[in-house]
Ligand binder design. Structure first.
Ligand code: DC
Length: 659
């Protein structure tokens, strides 16, 4: 299946619902390796199914480890008791740091003839500190490309454990975790010590490693995060069966959505993590609480209920993110909605993740209109006032967390386009579906129908009754036609008309339509403008050019949009779609009376003839032809007056809202 190039997210008005989290990536890949190295078989329940875990599973299979996937999401791993069946292989590990680092350590200690490599970005992510530590005890590792980076060739060394290993802890805690996971393989008859050089970052991830080692029978002594001692005779033994917690980093997006969009009794609940989680990123929910969020904790779940009573917006200020490097990215987006600037501190490790996340975050936030300052290991994000938001197409840098974080920008008052949304498959293939299930987009009522069916009046009346905004999409085509006529552009010059539409100096200001600042509300109603609009609306490039302008009108608390393709093309997710029809004669009579009352002299036959021509053009054009959406409700108002028509639509809307 190919993934779409981009995903358009409508602005949201709220969030509510429950999400069962996929398994934790960090736990899944650690458990797979531990189970593979252990004596005995291990059944892992709730294993994450994503690109990064598939990379680990494939690598283990290549190394000769027997694995069985259950239909229920479980995986049974038949451990090799520390003796890998295959001694020579070339492993491709994608961009999965949680696979490449620990496998490098395990293979170096096992000895053999190996190569490990990944995608080009993986070859830019440093691994020198781990290689130095392993070389320091006699492992044989060579760089196949640039010194300090994968790909690597790993040979048969002669590991000696007579002195403590030394590893830096201030770039990535994954190097220490890799050593902790791999060293028990040696089955040393003396204690093995690892000394951490420099301040250890991301400690919760090391704590996670230690907890999982314990489940496999290895109890490491932690001396103040500076020295770790693996006791003599440590060997991995299977716990038999073990369950993977829900991913706490993935939880951050939904909890943030709950804070930004829940309230008034609505809540977003994530299932699969709770206060007892062994993942450091659950602390993200504590940070939200400190910032003013209303968070509730239960057995197996955490729930975000908006802001605490009396709190108007999340607080800003300095936030130490050393312990929550991944979930901290989510704070960079919630900061847009905070009361004051937010500075994220201790995020130097962002620079060496799937992309340089500090640079990526600063660039993409700026596209939304935000003011952002960045340093080596910090990022400051200023709140963004409603009027300053810009609709943007957000690049995701092949970084799953960039894509997931920026979905939260749809709580701003603009459309957000996420480029390459498929990159979330690294850790959460179903992310956007899960997000759509809890997201409450700004509601839209789409009213489509032929010329003079009364859509415009109906839309305006329904909008007024509900306090919604109204979009008369025909007016945009008319404004474009007006400008074309004024500039003398021929109505068969498709190229010139498309160029005109793409740069149309048009702005909707409440009920007013401003063309280069001039209110053209009356001028666009002229018959020749209507005729011209009908011709130019048949051009695909013109329609595409006007799409963004139409979607930008979707604003809280809701929108009633009328036209020809509101339900089929512009707002296919509209909560209510009405297809308004009336016989051509009934419509001609209405239009005739209207024109006569405006002092315009015409005949009923002329009006009828004109309507028939327009109907033909609207229904027969190759793009966005006038046709009911499959899920539209049909309303023939030939025999109804305006009042009755409005009441019918409001009734339908109430039924939709109650569902
Ligand atoms: O609804 P109206 O008469 O103001 O629309 C003017 C023209 O614009 C009409 O001939 C069809 C076209 N139009 C369209 O193609 N798609 C829309 N959504 C709205 C109008």
């Amino acid at each position: 299946m190919t993934s779409p190039e981009h995903l358009d997210l409508p602005p949201l008005i709220g969030a509510a619902g429950r999400v069962r989290l996929p398994g934790s990536k960090s736990i899944s890949n650690r458990l797979l390796l531990l189970a593979a190295l252990a004596e005995g078989s291990t059944r892992i329940d709730g294993l994450l199914d994503s690109d990064d875990t598939r990379v680990m599973l494939d690598a283990l299979r290549t190394l000769g480890v027997a694995l069985q996937r259950g239909d229920d999401g479980s995986c049974t791993v038949h451990g090799c008791g520390g003796a890998l069946p295959v001694r020579r292989a070339d492993l491709f590990l994608g961009n999965a740091g949680t696979a490449l680092r620990p496998l490098t350590a395990a293979l170096a200690l096992a000895g053999g003839d190996w190569q490990v490599r990944g995608v080009p970005r993986m070859h830019e992510r440093p691994i020198g500190d781990l290689v130095d530590a392993l070389r320091g005890i006699g492992c044989a590792i060579d760089y196949l490309g640039n010194a300090g980076y994968p790909p690597l060739a790993i040979g048969r060394g002669a590991p000696r454990l007579d002195a403590p290993l030394r590893v830096r802890g201030d770039v990535s805690s994954q190097f220490l975790s890799a050593l902790l996971l791999a060293l028990p393989l040696l089955g040393s008859d003396r204690d093995v010590a690892i000394d951490v050089v420099g301040e250890l970052i991301s400690r919760p991830y090391v704590a996670l490693t230690l907890r999982l080692l314990e489940r496999f029978g290895v109890h490491v002594r932690n001396a103040h995060w500076q020295r770790f001692v693996i006791p003599a005779g440590s060997r991995y033994r299977t716990p038999g069966r073990i369950a993977v917690e829900g991913d706490a980093s993935s939880a951050s997006y939904f909890l943030a959505a709950g804070v930004l969009g829940a309230g008034n009794g609505a809540a977003v609940r994530v299932e699969g993590v709770d206060a007892h989680s062994i993942q450091g990123d659950v602390a993200f929910a504590r940070v939200l609480e400190q910032l003013g969020a209303d968070i509730d904790w239960g057995d197996g779940w955490i729930e975000a209920r908006g802001l605490r009573a009396g709190v108007a917006a999340l607080a800003g200020g300095d936030i130490d993110c050393v312990a929550i490097p991944d979930a901290a990215m989510t704070l960079a987006i919630t900061a847009l909605f905070a009361a004051a600037p937010t500075r994220l501190l201790g995020i130097g490790s962002w620079r060496v993740k799937e992309t340089d996340r500090i640079a990526a975050m600063a660039t993409e936030l700026a596209k939304l209109g935000a003011t952002v300052d960045a340093g080596d290991d910090w990022l400051r994000v200023h709140p963004l006032a409603a009027a300053d938001w810009r609709s943007a197409s957000v690049a995701t840098y092949d970084d799953h967390r960039m894509a997931m974080c920026f979905s939260l920008a749809s709580f701003g008052p603009v459309d957000i386009r996420i480029e390459d949304p498929g990159c979330v498959a690294k850790t959460f293939p179903g992310y956007f579906d899960a997000f759509a299930r809890i997201a409450r987009p700004v509601p839209v009522i789409a009213i489509d129908g032929p010329t003079a069916s009364g859509k415009g009046t109906l839309a305006a009346r329904v909008a007024a009754a509900l306090g919604f905004h109204a979009l008369d999409s025909g007016a945009l085509y008319r404004a474009c036609a007006l400008l074309a006529l004024r500039r003398g552009i021929a109505l068969d010059d498709a190229g010139a008309l498309a160029a005109l539409a793409a740069t149309l100096p048009l702005r909707c200001d409440g009920a007013r339509l401003l063309l280069s600042g001039e209110d053209v509300g009356a001028a666009i109603r002229a018959e020749d403008v209507g005729q011209a609009a009908s011709r130019l609306a048949a051009l695909p490039a013109v329609r595409t050019a006007l799409l963004a302008l139409q979607r930008q009108q979707r604003r809280a608390p809701g929108l009633v949009a009328d036209g020809r393709d509101m339900g089929t093309v512009v707002f296919p997710d509209a909560g209510l779609k009405v297809f308004l029809a009336a016989g051509v004669r009934a419509r001609a009579e209405r239009r005739y009376k209207q024109l006569i009352s405006q002092g315009i002299s015409t005949t009923l036959d002329a009006v009828l003839n004109d309507l028939e021509q327009r109907d033909a053009r609207d229904t027969q054009r190759s793009v966005a032809a006038l046709r009911p959406a499959p899920d539209a409700l049909h309303l023939d108002n030939s025999e109804l007056d305006v009042e009755q028509t409005v009441l019918r639509v409001l009734q339908w809307w109430r039924q939709c809202a109650a569902r």
